[in-house]
Design a protein around this ligand. Structure first.
Ligand code: HEM
Length: 143
């Protein structure tokens, strides 16, 4: 159940995050006003990614990957490519990505100009998106 939720919620995460990054970059380059709609897109993205973090954390401690890691020990887990990816690289990279997204959100609030706001969202959410794309278990997801 938790695994399925994590798997389906990921579609929403990618969709809204891509929209937020495009919206941030296009707002920055077109120099338009930062409106309510822009605020809502950025906030919704922040919430959706944080929910994924909670689901991911919940699933992590129940997952067979975590169990295997505890059984074989950290040293052995690190030398097993599949186990290292699922139990260490994916969770840590996603956590870092969400830290970047959160930084983008809080930095945009401190900006006084629309261009500044769009820039913080575009850049920080963009870095978050790239990090997420780099460590999704793509093959497993689509199987
Ligand atoms: C934005 C954040 C995240 C995204 C987009 C994401 C996305 C995904 C996707 C697409 C899968 C493959 C699901 C499948 O095979 O159907 C997956 C698997 C997994 N994720 Fe995440 N994830 C995120 C954050 C996290 C976090 C923070 C943790 C743990 C702390 C985590 C733990 C796991 C684990 C353990 C698996 C392996 C599932 C299994 O095969 O048992 N994820 N994730």
């Amino acid at each position: 159940m938790m695994k399925m939720l994590h798997s389906y919620w990921a579609y929403l995460v990618l969709l809204i995050l891509i929209i937020a990054v495009i919206n941030g970059i296009s707002g920055m380059t077109s120099k338009r006003e930062f409106k309510d709609r822009d605020l809502r897109i950025s906030l919704f993205t922040l919430i959706v990614t944080h929910i994924q973090l909670i689901i991911g954390l919940g699933w992590y401690f129940m997952s067979p990957w975590y169990k295997s890691m505890r059984e074989v020990g950290m040293g052995e887990a690190m030398s097993n490519t599949a186990l290292r990816f699922q139990a260490v690289e994916h969770p840590i990279m996603m956590l870092i990505a969400i830290v970047f997204i959160t930084m983008g959100w809080s930095r945009h609030k401190k900006q006084t100009t629309a261009v500044g706001k769009f820039k913080q969202i575009g850049v920080f959410y963009g870095i978050g998106l790239l990090l997420i794309l780099s460590r999704i278990p793509w093959q497993q997801w689509f199987n």
